[in-house]
Design a protein around this ligand. Structure first.
Ligand SMILES: Cc1cc2nc3c(=O)[nH]c(=O)nc-3n(C[C@H](O)[C@H](O)[C@H](O)COP(=O)(O)OP(=O)(O)OC[C@H]3O[C@@H](n4cnc5c(N)ncnc54)[C@H](O)[C@@H]3O)c2cc1C
Length: 382
């Protein structure tokens, strides 16, 4: 594994960093306070190739490798965790699932407009009764003639109320459990599909989250995604890559707290000197810098394996687990360094703290990551 970024990756890093600071950062606080998803910004980001990052150029994607993908997510999350979450759900969950499992016709009809950012993507697995135990989902899809009839409700879906194209996992054979789940492409505006509750969240507030309701909703057989009864297996593969992205988002949010902490420590004076002179403050920042570097290495290692076609379930889980917990520690310390002002909305660290929490929950909680890691390490004889 290379420890240096390539010339292209360095250039991409700089370009996205500039764009994030100039275009994404200025509205982050307002998006957080209003809890509004910014459609215009989404389009502007699409113009940078950010909506089809891991899709080949032949489908209008930017054809980035996974390490580059994590670099982009980290830089966006550095200024706005909510936008990074939206970008990751659109790219790695919805668009990538259709690209990897879709027919040529589905790739042309759905992947191209998603990659160009003309449509917004969402991916629905979670239900009220099935989160960590996702295979126990209750939404059903029954084939009637040449149409599928969907019934059920999905909850906590990123872009639930703003998406145009949805990938929905539903049971097609109840007796077969996780081997009886299939994926479907559902388009906005079709009859008997409606958006339910839009969530008022703790953090990631610029990213839309809503429930989806299907009541005898009919979709054409042509919208079955992948092979019948293999939707859950495909979903697990999608989550394997998704977790690497959440790890990168966590590193980005943590870095936000680190950089704000460094800045504040140099400016804030107590006892006649900058608080940066106090070893207690220096150690908090030193610990954060060390943990975030370690987290980034785990993220890049998992991304490197993914780029080389190696299964990376354990490594992706380790990256997400460590990075999200490091981000929580980083943002808590960031608030501590800011003292009382860190507890107010005058500085962005309290937002980073709220945003970071999602990384320990979304795309599998920290407990589930530990289960994945434990399962893998017990397979290997010491
Ligand atoms: C902002 C946001 C965006 C999201 N976006 C999407 C999306 O786009 N698509 C989608 O499908 N889902 C999405 N989700 C849902 C998310 O993936 C789930 O919330 C997550 O997987 C956890 O499921 P749950 O909320 O049902 O928690 P539960 O599964 O009910 O877990 C509750 C607690 O029990 C613990 N627990 C559960 N099982 C075990 C076990 N076996 N051992 C130890 N502890 C256990 C969990 O770790 C957790 O601490 C999103 C969630 C949020 C908050």
């Amino acid at each position: 594994m290379e420890f240096e970024l390539t010339e292209e990756q360095r250039l991409l890093h700089q370009t996205v960093r500039d764009f994030s600071l100039k275009v994404i950062a200025p509205g982050a606080r307002e998006r957080d306070s209003k809890g509004e998803f910014p459609r215009e910004l989404f389009k502007e980001m699409a113009g940078m190739g950010i909506m089809g990052m891991i899709i080949p150029e032949s489908y209008d994607g930017a054809c980035l490798d996974y390490i580059s993908y994590t670099i982009v997510l980290e830089e966006i999350a550095r200024v706005d965790g909510g936008m990074a979450l939206s970008v990751s759900a659109h790219n790695s969950l919805c668009t990538n699932h259709i690209y990897l499992s879709g027919t040529e016709d589905q790739r042309k009809r759905f992947v191209i407009p998603l990659a160009k950012g003309e449509r917004i993507g969402a991916w629905g697995l979670t239900e009220a009764g099935s989160g960590s135990d996702a295979a126990s989902l209750q939404t059903t899809a029954v084939l009637k003639g040449d149409k599928w009839v969907l019934n059920g409700e999905k909850v906590l879906i990123t872009h639930g109320s703003v998406a145009d194209t949805y990938v929905i996992m539903a049971s097609t054979d109840r007796n077969r459990g996780k081997k009886g789940i299939s994926a479907f492409i559902v388009e906005k505006g079709i009859p008997n599909f409606k958006v339910g509750r839009v969530e008022d969240k703790l953090g990631m507030r610029g990213s839309d989250t809503a429930s989806l309701i299907f009541e005898d909703c009919t979709i054409p057989d042509a919208n079955l995604l992948g092979r019948i009864n293999e939707g859950f297996i495909d979903a697990l593969k999608i989550l394997e890559g998704g977790r690497i992205g959440v790890g990168a988002i966590a590193v980005g949010i943590g870095r936000g707290a680190l950089e704000e902490g460094l800045r504040y420590a140099k400016e804030r004076r107590q006892f006649g000197q900058p608080i940066a002179n106090f070893q207690a403050i220096q150690w908090m920042l030193a610990d954060t810098a060390t943990e975030l570097d370690a987290a980034r290495l785990l993220v890049h290692h998992a991304a490197f394996l993914k780029d080389h076609g190696v299964r990376c379930g354990k490594e992706g889980a380790m990256a997400k687990l460590f990075a999200s917990e490091a981000a929580m520690r980083a943002t808590m310390k960031g608030i501590q360094i800011h003292g009382g002002y860190g507890y107010t909305k005058e500085f962005p660290v309290e937002r980073y703290f709220r945003d970071a929490k999602l990384c320990e929950i979304g795309e599998g909680t920290s407990e589930m990551q530990r289960i994945i890691i434990a399962r893998e390490i017990f397979k290997t004889d010491p």
